[in-house]
Ligand binder design. Structure first.
Ligand SMILES: *Cc1c(COP(=O)(O)O)cnc(C)c1O
Length: 416
């Protein structure tokens, strides 16, 4: 078996660029360098045409209108603009936001910033053991001051898909705006803004095999027409909602990535799901006490988040990265989320599911994607199995458990 020097299985953190995307972008770094806002000459026109095409490509993935797409720097900015923009614009109507404890930090920290400034009050819904919120929880949280619901399409750590359409129907019934951070779901799950009843959708290029530093916010223009207070003042680009000279190569890349994602969505979801299930099966055929985090079926195709009882996720990462065995191919995966792995706090998402701290520390997120192969999956499974066996042999806890000593403390909180 030929195994490459290193294997990338962290596609929730970022994805490699699809070569077709890079090819589409290159002319816009060179010959077609114009400013899309230059109305007086062909350099500007060709840039503007390219941006218009990308707007269509992005809108097409979610069944929106091209003019409803605002280009900006990524999903973090998109979440910020959606939430802060609504809170500022609609402050006479109310100031209450409903979101969930497992949202991305781009949503959570935006809400916290608004709370700190006393511009909003926020309800953070708890999730069930598989990471879902229910439409009844949302209903119960609504007050006459609620102006925005922000619930993600799919979670970046555990892959859980939220009941977005049900929440959208409730939001419509109550006349409350509904934002979804669709960064992980866009281009991977069938998402249609009419069917989902969403009013604002955030996404980014680098999670769909496009470039970093370019994302979008889709803003409903009719039924209702959503208004936002701009968070960036300047030349009035993007219908005044986001000033700043457009990143034309990035936008072309995002558009191309969106178009490819749409046309290959069904086939790719099938292929990636099969790879993920194969990895899961190979691992659990060989190892006991491996627990799946997230929802077994309402889950992103490429997501496999597992807790390996009695090992340290960080030790496992070192083993897989190759730093423990210099000659083996390095395997890139995450323990916890990329955004929290700088500190050794157990992931707040796993905590929210009720996974105990000890077990949360044993978790590994495998993020499979477009460019992973069956050969890579088989190799990764083999390495994971041998690494877990090696680490468990060194673990006094594992030995105690095998001897029948009760380790309730260790599993405090595990209910699955
Ligand atoms: C990656 C990610 C973001 C942040 O996107 P950037 O484009 O890197 O700012 C936001 N939300 C979710 C769910 C993500 O996975």
């Amino acid at each position: 078996m030929s195994v490459p020097k290193r294997i990338y299985m962290d596609n929730h953190a970022t994805t490699p660029m699809d070569p077709r995307v890079l090819e589409a972008m290159l002319p816009y770094f060179g010959e077609h360098f114009g400013n899309a806002a230059s109305r007086n000459h062909s350099f500007g026109w060709e840039a503007e045409n390219a941006v218009d095409q990308a707007r269509e490509q992005v809108a097409d993935v979610i069944g929106g209108k091209p003019k409803e797409v605002i280009f900006l720097s990524g999903a973090t900015e998109s979440d910020n603009l959606a939430i802060k923009g609504v809170v500022e614009f609609y402050r006479d109507k109310g100031n209450h936001i409903i979101t969930a404890a497992t949202e991305h930090k781009a949503v959570l920290d935006t809400c916290k910033a608004l709370e700190r400034k006393k511009l909003a009050t926020v309800t953070y819904l708890q999730v069930d053991q598989q990471g879902r919120v229910s439409v009844d929880q949302v209903r119960e949280a609504i007050t006459d001051k609620t102006i925005l619901i922000s619930i993600m399409a799919a979670n970046n750590e555990i892959g859980t898909i939220q009941p977005v359409a049900e929440i959208g129907a409730l939001a419509k019934e109550k006349g409350i705006l509904f934002h979804t951070d669709a960064t992980q779901g866009f281009g991977k799950l069938p998402l249609d803004v009419s069917e989902l009843g969403v009013d604002l959708v955030s996404g980014t290029g680098h999670k769909i095999y496009g470039p970093k530093g370019c994302g979008f916010l889709w803003v409903r223009s009719k039924g209702p027409r959503v208004r936002l207070t701009a968070q960036m003042d300047g030349g009035g680009h993007e219908r005044g909602m986001r000033s700043g000279t457009l990143n034309v190569p990035g936008i072309v890349g995002l558009g191309t990535a969106a178009q490819i994602a749409k046309s290959e969505m069904t086939a790719e979801a099938g292929r990636v799901t099969a790879l993920r299930d194969r990895l899961h099966r190979l691992i659990t055929d060989e190892l006991d006490e491996v627990y799946l985090n997230g929802h077994p079926t309402h889950r992103l195709p490429g997501n496999l988040n597992l807790s390996f009882a009695y090992i340290e996720g960080e030790s496992m990462l070192m083993g897989l990265n190759g730093s423990a065995h210099g000659d083996l191919p390095a395997i890139a995966v995450s323990s916890g989320s990329a955004c929290t792995s700088a500190t050794l706090e157990p992931s707040y998402v796993l905590k929210a599911l009720g996974v105990g701290d000890e077990l949360a520390h044993t978790s590994i997120r495998f993020g499979l994607g477009r460019f992973n192969t069956e050969e890579e999956v088989d190799y990764v499974a083999e390495r994971v199995i041998s690494e877990v066996k090696r680490l468990r042999e060194l673990s006094p806890l594992y030995e105690m458990a095998k001897e029948g000593i009760d380790l309730k403390q260790y599993f405090a909180g595990v209910q699955h």
